[in-house]
Design a protein around this ligand. Sequence first.
Ligand code: WQD
Length: 335
Amino acid sequence: MKILVTGGLGFIGSHAVVELLDDDYEVVVIDNLYNSSIDVIDNIKKITGKEFSFYQNDVCDLDALEKIFSEHKIDAVMHFAGYKAVGESVEKPILYYENNLLSTLHLCKKMIEHCCFKLIFSSSATVYGNPKVLPITEDCKVGSTTNPYGTTKWMNEKILKDITVANSNFTVIVLRYFNPIGAHKSGLIGEKPNGIPNNLMPYIVRVATGELEMLNIFGNDYDTPDGTGVRDYIHVVDLAKGHLKALEKAISSRGIYYYNLGTGIGYSVLDLVDNFEKVNHVKVPYRIIGRREGDIASCYADPSRAYKELDWKAELGLEDMMKDSYNFILKQKKG
Ligand code: WQD
């Protein structure tokens, strides 16, 4: 089977490409390199020993999509491509709505034109907004999103629902990620955001290497065990494997399905700092500052539906996430 992976050189997309190639799928990647790098291609080949087709294009570009679907018989699509920085989305809403919605609309248009009816969509726990109930199940209320990035994920879910209603043979598996961190054990692929990281884990690793002076912890006055924010961190390799299980579900199903991809365990900011220091024998200096606008106290998944229906559950623990994140950044620095 041949799978088109949009954003396949990005953090999560590249890990999914590795798992697909390891499972003997044929892979075609489209990526505009906005938030990824061309050397990921060679690193994926080093890890898997396999080749794949690559198109340096934007998923919004209908001609580029037409070329791909004309040159390849695509059986299914994993759609990762999209802008994902919460803070940036607040400053540039037009950019986020245009890119994240148009890319999905154009992709689905070309899929249907070329009789490709299986889509795995990269959604996010941000569609739940500030959860009233914990742990979060897929039946919890969605749509009370607090930033344009999260709203584009919620809108995409509604668009895809409408497409499955209008096209009974179109199948969508919506995967709501919690907080993906970590890196492939090889240290060849991982999370490498451009500029100063917005997210916690890439920031911690850069403080540990001395590239950044200290971690600013955004508030310790939340209603959580130690006052700092609690999230459900999931190893990116577990997340990638979840996509292959979702692909199997898509092939044997019709309609639209929603799954939380999380571990079901919440860890605080201080839990991560402590674990990172212990596992990697390194110090992460920090200071507590004020809360970050839009942050919520706690967010963690009830992942039981994915376990029951996809035969998937996260296998890797916090220690693996801490070790693999640091190993990646050290490998990158060595060059
Ligand atoms: C985690 C915790 C912060 C940075 C966002 C998106 C989500 C997904 C992951 C794309 C919070 C605290 C953080 C720092 C800190 N992105 N923190 N100092 O906000 O849970 O989720 O990124 O898919 O969709 O919403 O992740 O890593 O930014 O924050 O104290 O320098 O770490 O307050 O409690 P978040 P995060």
